[in-house]
Design a binder for this molecule. Sequence first.
Ligand code: FAD
Ligand code: MG
Length: 365
Amino acid sequence: MMETKSIKKSLFLIFFLIIFFSSCSSPSQSGSKEAPPAEPESQSQLMLGTSCRITLYDGITQSAFDKAFAAIATVEEHMSVNIPESEVSQINTKAGTGQAHSVSQQTFEVVQEALHIAALSDGAFDPTIGPLVSLWGIGSDDPKIPTEQQIAETLPLIDYQQVEIQESQTSISLPRSQMKLDLGGIAKGYAADEVRTKLAEEGVTSALINLGGNVLTMGTKPDGSLWKIGIQDPASERGDHVIILELEDMSVVTSGPYERYFTGPDGKRYHHILDPEDGYPVRRDITSATIVTASSFLADALSTAIYVMGMESGARLVETLEGVEALFIDADSTIYVTSGLEDQTIPNRLSNDSYSLTPVPEKAN
Ligand code: FAD
Ligand code: MG
């Protein structure tokens, strides 16, 4: 067990630094003071309903950027619920008709993985969350608080176990009318991994991929130093980080209630991560949940899953997964971590003291 932990630690190469200058770094990535061999170049495009930014530190060509953004565009065309012709929209349109929709290999792969994470998280992550997402409309121009009756009528439609997949035909069907797939909690991570594959094919070995806060680092910086990835302080302005992770070849993905929400007429905030059990935005003491692992695809799905599950149950799931770590922040800005990170300390540059991360407490029975 101890051996596994130390392997995990060396895998991650993660060290923590308390952030004390809010101006220290731009959101989710910070430039190094050391001059890299070549000037890095960034390009951004609005895709997947967010800002997608790719920064190349080597192999910088327009072709690499073009292929990377084209890969994101393909994911969006296949999986967006906002595009009526997308494969996911067509699966949804055919719900309850008895017709399966034949999809691309990539949509099939994302749905399969979404169902896998749904099973692992005992339905906390549920890709059939679509009808509830539509009902609340959080992130749309017309968000609203549904009535209890509307929620009660919608809940039976949320059930990942009813999704039917036919591997030989890569086809997917939903048995009940009004059921809807929504891959918003997983597809950005898949897109980030796709970008990494395209960039590698173009000879890039050092890059930062940031799809609306879904961050994936490729290699190290050209001088061999680690990337510094800030974790947003949920209680503060965008770009204020509670800690910075230093790492290489890793994805860092955070889920939380603080970015996509609306304030209801009752003055309360309603956010976009919904509890498939009761149909309401998840109510938790934690203000964000972060996954650190090599695959952005896995990190995206799991960060949403563990936010829904809550800290103790989420951490317990993460502890069963090799090469995956989690970090939770609560309302007091206490940072809780899973076992692969718990012995790490943060040098606090303000006081010269060490700031220890708190292990996730065991759930009381
Ligand atoms: P995450 O925690 O990763 O995911 C939260 C999202 O997952 C929710 O918004 C919801 O969609 C879904 N979800 C909620 N509860 C659960 C649950 N219990 N289990 C599983 N999933 C859940 N945004 C726009 O405004 N306009 C667009 O046109 C648009 N197009 C998009 C197209 C694609 C292919 C994708 C992947 C995203 C798109 N988005 C768009 C963004 C999307 O609506 C969400 O904002 C985003 O995916 C949420 O990501 P996150 O990292 O903030 O949160
Ligand atoms: Mg997610």
